[in-house]
Design a protein around this ligand. Structure first.
Ligand SMILES: *Cc1c(COP(=O)(O)O)cnc(C)c1O
Length: 432
């Protein structure tokens, strides 16, 4: 048992009850802390860069509700806009002018997007884009990368392990083999493997979907030329290129990874930040492709709560806040300070580590690296990460409870928050 230096009585009580009520006590698996061990803490409220738990402990937060909180939690302007929108009702199930406003903002921001469809989650966005890429190309197979996450739809749940991966075996019971038999996988940053798949499956591959910067296998950046190479290969073989920017959209840059790296995909999925903390996802892209989506075209996709006024309002206000000059310079500066600092401390305290950062997204692996793909990431000392995570938590720093998740900052994080985090990290790493 780990020595807890913080009081967690209420968290423990609530989580024990939750486990009798909901599978694993949570509404989404990673929240249960399975991969780091120990009990999760139960949140009471969030504000700015901070979390308070039900026992009254305060933490500096680097999860940001898994990405959306790039302005900091409960930003006063977002909250005020929501109060106003609330008075007009929570859902219309009919067109509202707010959808036009957010759609225009997204189209202006993201290079590939000429038309957009709003949905309620990143998973839904990826499901929509999958059907659309198949319909547009009249091909069924897709290529995804090991360690990339595109939500929990059947087709995307293919085991990352190489042997099983090439067979397209499902990652979870309940996913029929037929659903994943069309999913081909390749190691991230490996253009040769992608080319080989295209050669073996000529005229059968609808497209390639990827996280343009990986966050769901820990933080992994694309090698120079990788995104450009995929753009060329997809052109060459008549397939679509899809960037899943659910995590990177409005985070890596205002226009996402496609703006940052200057590579324009055919289709893009969004989520997390564009909802400003409310459930929103979106997919968009070339007008000729998007025009196939119902009711403009035959590709069916719908949603009772899609484009609802509260979600649109939170999204609009969040993007407005991000447009303020200097926002991304600030995010880059503090996040670089954090990521560089963590690496330096690991080195000084004798731990093999590698990691990196782009804009407000960062990661640290307990392996000497370098990490170019999921296989490399899996060499990390996850037991050590678990001890590191617990040590940080007990000293007031909340990190994602897995070695294989990226970390997030917000513009509510101050230089002092970063300094304090690094001081805590030094303390914890010295005693690992
Ligand atoms: C979070 C995430 C998703 C899934 O989004 P949900 O809103 O959790 O359904 C899909 N793709 C990527 C890259 C993500 O980070």
């Amino acid at each position: 048992m780990v020595n807890t230096t913080i009081k967690t009585t209420k968290s423990q009580e609530i989580f024990a009850a939750a486990q009798t009520l909901m599978p694993g006590g949570v509404s989404s698996p990673v929240r249960a802390f399975k991969s780091v061990g120990g009990q999760p803490i139960v949140f009471d409220r969030v504000k700015g860069a901070y979390i308070w738990d039900v026992d009254g402990n305060q933490y500096i937060d680097y999860v940001g509700t898994w990405g959306p909180a790039i302005c900091g939690h409960a930003h006063p302007e977002v909250i005020a806009a929501l109060h106003e929108a609330l008075e007009k009702g929570t859902s219309f199930g009919a067109p509202s002018a707010l959808e036009n406003v957010l759609a225009e903002m997204v189209i202006d921001a993201v290079p590939s997007i000429e038309m957009v469809r709003f949905v309620n989650s990143g998973t839904e966005a990826c499901m929509g884009v999958l059907r659309l890429m198949r319909a547009f190309t009249n091909r069924d197979k897709i290529i995804k990368f090991e360690g990339c996450y595109h939500g929990h739809a059947d087709t995307f749940l293919v085991k990352a392990g190489s042997g099983v991966a090439t067979l397209g075996l499902p990652d979870s019971p309940g996913v029929p083999k037929a659903a994943t038999s069309t999913t081909l996988t390749a190691p991230y940053n490996d253009l040769e493997s992608v080319k080989a798949l295209f050669e073996e499956n000529r005229d059968e591959i609808a497209g390639v979907i990827l996280e343009p910067v990986v966050g769901n296998a820990g933080f992994i950046a694309p090698d120079a030329g990788f995104l450009e190479g995929l753009r060329e290969l997809t052109h060459e073989y008549g397939a679509l290129l899809v960037f899943d920017e659910v995590m990177t959209g409005f985070r890596i840059a205002y226009g996402g990874a496609q703006e940052k790296f200057g590579v324009t995909p055919d289709l893009t999925t969004l989520g997390k930040v564009i909802g400003g903390g409310l459930p929103v996802g979106a997919y968009g892209g070339r007008r000729d492709i998007m025009s196939m989506v119902a009711p403009a075209g035959p590709v069916y996709q719908a949603g009772t709560l899609s484009g609802n006024p509260l979600a649109m309002t939170a999204g609009i206000k969040t993007l407005e806040l991000l447009q303020k000059p200097g926002t991304y310079d600030y995010l880059e500066r503090i996040t670089k300070k954090l990521a560089d600092g963590l690496l330096q401390i690991a080195k000084e305290t004798g731990h093999a580590a590698c990691g990196g950062q782009i804009s407000a997204m960062f990661g640290l692996f307990f392996t000497s690296g370098p990490v170019h793909n999921y296989e490399d990431a899996k060499k990390s000392d996850t037991a050590k990460f678990g001890r590191f995570h617990r040590g940080m938590l007990e000293r007031g720093v909340y990190l994602a409870p897995s070695q294989f998740e990226a970390g997030f900052t917000s513009f509510a994080h101050t230089e002092e928050d970063i300094d304090q985090t690094l001081a805590v990290a030094r303390d914890v790493m010295s005693s690992l």
